[in-house]
Write a protein that binds this ligand. Structure first.
Ligand SMILES: CSC[C@H]1O[C@H](OP(=O)(O)O)[C@H](O)[C@@H]1O
Ligand SMILES: Nc1ncnc2[nH]cnc12
Length: 292
């Protein structure tokens, strides 16, 4: 088995990981364009961690500007075997108040202006995505949260909207009626691309607000969200420190096969594959494209 390397994608309010030791900035070229930032490598306990701030230094990029493909590609090239996302989110449930950490297990994709796949004309692939989150990572996150006394729930659906504007009240009521637990703007297509890259993925969705479905409340605003994010910062750091330091040294096989997602996914016949696209896919799909 390969050595485990933990990837962490930090969202709003999480632009660096002060927890890391032996910190090094990696410079990795990607055929998919510019990532949000150069990834930062370091250690938490004995675990190698590679960190990527999703919105770039100083929160330079909005949710629709992020090059999700380049981010996932450089994390894969950096040797990441398992990927955790940290995200701010709005809540659709009274019992998920600001400050609650939701370890979601489902996504609803409402985005429409993003590149959603590494594959396409010249190399078509269809990965399974019915279970988008790696249950072993969720179990480990839940254990770390419990050990650190961080309020959390396991399970829930994250609806990903395009943004950057927050929802109208009508949209908010509709997403709640769809059964969503939380809303954000970034986990799609990130989770889809992680699956294509055979990276087991889980997200820590940190509730910052109740979105706009409660008629008696003023709507959601970014100032309030950033304030709650600051308050959540210490809990997020403790959770991550505990999670990473207890992470197994060897990559543990994903129980739902996220780390073998491409085994049967490629449908384009080898003689019809586009060599230029295959070259771009060297990191993402090299395991199944390289002749053994
Ligand atoms: C700054 S509030 C809205 C912003 O926060 C969330 O981002 P992330 O998932 O990276 O924490 C949300 O999706 C929006 O992009
Ligand atoms: N209410 C909300 N809607 C979308 N993204 C969010 N991120 C944090 N709160 C949010």
């Amino acid at each position: 088995m390969a050595k485990a390397v933990l990837g962490v994608i930090g969202g709003s309010g999480v632009y660096d990981l002060s927890l890391l030791t032996e910190v090094e900035e990696l410079r990795i070229e990607s055929p998919w364009g510019e990532p949000s930032a150069n990834p930062i490598q370091g250690f938490i306990g004995g675990t190698r961690v590679v960190f990527m701030p999703r919105h770039g230094a100083g929160h330079r990029l909005g949710p629709s500007d992020i090059n999700y493909r380049a981010n996932i590609d450089v994390l894969k090239r950096a040797g990441v075997t398992d990927l955790i996302s940290i995200s701010a989110c709005g809540s659709y449930r009274e019992e998920l108040p600001p400050g609650m950490f939701v370890l979601v297990d489902q996504f609803i994709d409402r985005t429409f202006a993003r590149k959603t796949s590494f594959f396409g004309a010249g190399c078509v692939a269809h990965v399974s995505f019915s279970d988008p989150v790696a249950p072993n990572l969720v179990a480990r996150l839940a254990r770390a949260a419990a050990e650190e006394g961080v309020p959390h729930v396991v399970g829930g659906s994250y609806v990903c909207m395009e943004g950057p504007q927050f929802s109208t009240r009508a949209e908010s009521v509709a997403y709640k009626a769809m059964g969503a637990s939380v809303v954000g703007m970034t986990n799609m297509p990130e989770a889809k691309l992680a699956r294509e890259a055979e990276l087991p993925y889980a997200t820590v969705a940190m509730v910052t607000d109740y979105d706009a479905w409660r008629p008696h409340e003023v709507g959601v605003g970014v100032a309030e969200i950033l304030q709650v994010m600051r308050e959540n910062g210490d809990k997020a750091r403790r959770l991550l420190a505990r999670f990473a330091s207890e992470f197994p040294q060897e990559h543990e096989a994903c129980p739902i096969g996220s780390d073998r997602a491409l085994d049967f996914a490629l449908v384009t016949a080898p003689e019809h594959r586009d060599p230029d696209l295959l070259k771009k896919l060297d990191a993402i799909a090299g395991r199944v494209l390289r002749p053994s």
